[in-house]
Each structure stands twice: as C-alpha cells, then as structure tokens.
Design a protein around this ligand. Structure first.
Ligand code: COA
Length: 250
C-alpha cells in the first residue's frame, strides 16, 4: 500500500519540502497516522537549515475531505481522539518557516482551516472550501474561530464556519483565505515556485517578518485549546454520533 502522506524534497527546488496527501480513495481524509507523519515533517523543517519552506499538496481534484469521520465516530464511541490532531495544529502554529499550499478541488474541514496557517495558498478555479462543523454537530477548530473573522470579517467567517456554506476559489480569494487562483495543471508548479522564491530569501529576515505578520503564537494556541475543549465535548454528544453514523452508512 502506498504511503498516505508522502514527504519529499522538491526535485527542482531542494530547499522546499513537500507534504503530499496521498489517500485519494478516501478523498485524502486525514487519519491519526497521517497527522503523525505531518508533525514529523514540520518538526524536521524547523530543525533542518537546508529546508527553507514547506508546501502542502493533495491529489488530482482533491486537497482533503478533512478529518477521517471514522476516527470521529471511534472517538464518539468512547475511544478518544488521541493527541495527533492537536499535535498537528500546534506544529502548524510552531512552524518557523513559510508554509505554502496548493489546493486543487475539495478542501473540507481541516482541508480548509489548515490554509489559515499557510502564508501563501494557490488554488485551482475548481476548488471548493467548506467547513461543515456545525452540520456534524461539532465546532470550529485549528483556531479558525479566531483567524477567519480577522481575515474575512464576521459575516464571511460565520457563513463558512457556522453556516457551513461552500466557498468557491474566487470567494476564497476575495475573502483573503487564499492568495491566487490558477488552472488545475498550474497549481503545483505555482505553489512550488512561490515556495522556492521564499526559500531563496535571507532566512533570518524572512523569519522575523513572518512572525510579525502572523502575530503572537500564544494567542493562537490558546484558541486551539479552547476550541478543542468544546470539540471534545461535542464529539461525545448524541447529535454528533448520529451525524457520523449517517455519513458512515451512506
Ligand atoms: N472521512 C472518512 N472517509 C471519507 C471522508 C472523511 N472525511 N470523506 C470521504 N470519505 C470516503 C467515503 O466514505 C468514500 O469511501 P468508500 O468509497 O469506502 O465508501 C470515499 O472517501 C469517497 O467519498 P465519496 O463520498 O464517495 O465521494 P464524493 O465525491 O461523492 O463526495 C465528499 C466527496 C468529500 C463531498 C464527501 O465524501 C463528504 O462529504 N465527505 C465528508 C467530508 C466531511 O464532512 N469532513 C469532515 C469535516 S469536519
């Protein structure tokens, strides 16, 4: 079986690390093992001076359908979520080098919210961003309840995070969730080129600039923790369990 997350260096730009979601048969839904691999890659980037930027990529027509709902159901049945998702969110916040994403197609749940932690996102025109948290009887995660209203204002953040409305690539660009819209065949090359350009800049100045632009990490971590407390409680609710079972039964 192929690895559900492929971690590699870009052949053309060796200072750029690629994190490719590779579970297309399940629409690149994230499992606990996938979060673990991604945490390792993000930690490795912090520790390795030769890695200057990291790029997230999905597969043809699918970025990610979000957290694996089977894992949500297991947690709802009393198995617990484990620490992997929270570790991944912390690793995103604690990333010391630029994060770039190339989105082509579906970006659901954390497939959308992880882009709030990216510095530059290129998305294809056929992309769709959607966070059906409340429809699954859950609450926003990844500090999206803090970052999204800041970048897109209350109404658009509410439409996305609470009402679960789908945003097209153009909606997402206008909302400031993504940087640019590209043709599907261009997404990967443009994301890599953007990362390679960042990788070529003076790293210390870039790090300071990035930290200033992003603001204090403590505030973001505190919101992740606050959301996670609600999320864990909601996961155990009858309404959430019913929603997960309905999805698994389809
Ligand atoms: N968790 C687990 N499995 C998932 C999944 C998820 N988040 N998203 C998709 N899959 C699986 C499906 O169960 C299906 O598996 P199967 O072939 O073994 O039945 C496979 O991926 C293909 O998905 P399918 O629903 O048949 O494709 P589609 O093109 O009709 O729809 C989606 C794609 C993403 C719109 C739909 O699968 C969906 O709504 N997924 C749930 C998204 C979600 O709510 N994520 C959590 C956000 S917090």
């Amino acid at each position: 079986m192929s690895d559900p997350v492929i971690i590699e260096r870009s052949a053309d730009h060796p200072a750029v690390q690629l994190i490719r979601f590779n579970r297309p048969e399940k629409k690149n839904a994230f499992t606990r093992a996938m979060y673990r691999s991604m945490v390792e890659a993000l930690d490795a980037a912090n520790a390795d001076a030769d890695i200057r930027a990291t790029v997230f990529l999905g597969t043809d027509g699918c970025f990610s359908a979000g957290n694996d709902i089977g894992d949500f159901l297991a947690a709802a049945m009393g198995g617990g979520m484990g620490q992997e998702l929270i570790d991944f969110l912390y690793a995103l916040v604690n990333a010391e080098k630029p994060l770039v994403s190339g989105v082509d197609g579906l970006a659901i749940g954390i497939g959308t919210t992880l882009n709030l932690h990216c510095d530059l996102t290129i998305a294809s025109g056929r992309s769709q961003f959607r966070t059906p948290f409340v429809d699954l009887a859950l609450v926003p995660e990844a500090a999206s309840s803090l970052i999204a209203p800041r970048i897109m204002g209350h109404q658009r953040a509410f439409a996305m995070l609470a009402a679960g409305e789908a945003f097209s690539a153009e909606d997402a660009r206008q909302a400031g969730l993504i940087w640019k819209v590209a043709a599907p065949a261009e997404v990967e090359s443009q994301a890599l080129a953007a990362a390679a350009k960042l990788a070529a800049k003076p790293p210390e100045a870039l790090k300071i600039a990035r930290d200033l632009i992003r603001g204090p990490r403590e505030e973001i971590i505190a919101r992740i923790d606050e959301e996670a407390r609600h999320f864990a409680a909601r996961l155990k609710s009858g309404e959430a369990r019913a929603a997960f079972e309905a999805f698994m039964r389809r």
